[in-house]
Design a protein around this ligand. Structure first.
Ligand code: ASP
Length: 352
């Protein structure tokens, strides 16, 4: 998308900036490309080539491409970054491969409790929803909360009531069921029982599969007007206790967007992302320490989080359209496309 920058010569003279003679044109006009960018993730975890069949890899690849293209098409048509991140996230909410919407993990009680949030970088308006059970698209509800409520975060039954008032579609909780997540719950319950009997702490249990804590989806984007946005949606953590809320709906931890610095969506062990305010911390390093997103993102994901025991990753886009996607796990489902780079998909930690 092209933007025209037109500066009048009169203004240049007034500012003492013109080196032009009297014969200069009435306006100095230049055409510049406004950068566009989108990056998405579909969760981080113990994702290795050994554990991945060719068919499953192809399914993830196709899903990540579909989500990225859905968001990028909106940016390319001159659309808003908020619409772009929602379009990308909704593709993944609808795909059972991901721990968001259909395919969300099960709680300890065998249900699904969904969290999501969205933030826009121009006004820092934000919307978040926690612990909803029957809203078909939690990210759509997060946007309604941002745009049409007096609040930033709604939870549980109140959030569902608001969704109804806004005319969003509702489904039965079992709409989000999937066989592989059910199996994951059975494995988690067995491990919980074993560790309780042994008197072990789950938080430091080496047998606790890190994948029980992961699989969230998210998107960050920069649109042609220079506005950043970030969105995150999740089922949370397998076998989570009643009422547990992770980082995904917490502005500053799971989601952050500020036009002056960057937009971030997180995935990983949410308790650590909350305690270290991961998304906002990365953008604060960009804003106040003048770091680029590679330095800021790597510091938080590869130094701050691991020293505390936190695992996961983030996707970051800055206000110039640069993208960085650091993670400290064996893999993170991710993809990006910008006006200067074609669509790229990554899964493992040995790929760019
Ligand atoms: N961060 C999410 C949570 O803790 C889980 C994930 O990223 O997969 O709820």
């Amino acid at each position: 998308m092209k933007t025209k920058t037109s500066v009048s010569v009169g203004l240049l003279f007034a500012l003492g900036l013109s080196g032009c003679g009297p014969a200069a044109d009435a306006s100095a006009e230049s055409e510049t490309e406004s950068p566009l960018a989108i990056a998405i993730h579909g969760g981080a975890g113990t994702i290795t080539r050994e554990n991945m069949s060719a068919q499953r890899e192809a399914e993830f690849d196709a899903a990540l491409r579909e989500a990225t293209e859905a968001g990028y098409a909106i940016l390319e048509a001159g659309g808003d970054s908020v619409d772009a991140v929602i379009a990308a996230v909704q593709v993944m909410e609808g795909n059972p491969l991901f721990n968001a919407g259909i395919g969300a993990v099960y709680t300890y009680q065998g249900e699904h409790e969904l969290d999501a949030s969205i933030m826009r970088g121009d006004s820092r308006e934000a919307g978040a929803v926690a612990g909803v059970k029957t809203v078909e698209s939690p990210i759509a509800l997060a946007r309604e909360i941002m745009q049409n409520s007096r609040h930033v975060m709604l939870s549980g039954e109140g959030a569902s009531q608001f969704a109804r008032e806004q005319g969003l579609s509702e489904v039965e909780n079992n709409h989000f069921n999937s066989e592989h997540r059910y199996q994951q719950l059975q494995d988690a319950l067995k491990e919980l029982e074993r560790s309780q009997q042994a008197g072990e702490q789950i938080a430091s249990n080496p047998n606790w599969d890190p994948n029980f804590n992961m699989g969230t989806v998210g998107a960050v984007a920069l649109d042609s007007a220079g506005n950043l946005a970030a969105a995150t949606s999740t089922g949370g953590m397998t076998a989570k206790q009643y009422g547990r809320i992770g980082d995904s709906p917490i502005i500053g931890a799971g989601t952050w967007a500020d036009n002056e610095s960057c937009a971030v969506s997180s995935t990983g062990h949410g308790e650590y992302f909350i305690r270290y305010q991961v998304a906002a911390d990365i953008c604060s390093r960009v804003l106040y320490q003048d770091k680029d997103i590679v330095t800021a993102g790597d510091e938080v994901i590869h130094q701050v989080l691991p020293s505390a025991g936190g695992t996961g990753g983030v996707i970051i886009v800055d206000n110039k359209g640069n993208v960085h996607m650091p993670f400290n796990t064996e893999g993170m489902y991710r993809a990006s496309k910008t006006s200067s780079q074609p669509l790229t998909v990554g899964i493992y930690n040995d790929e760019e």
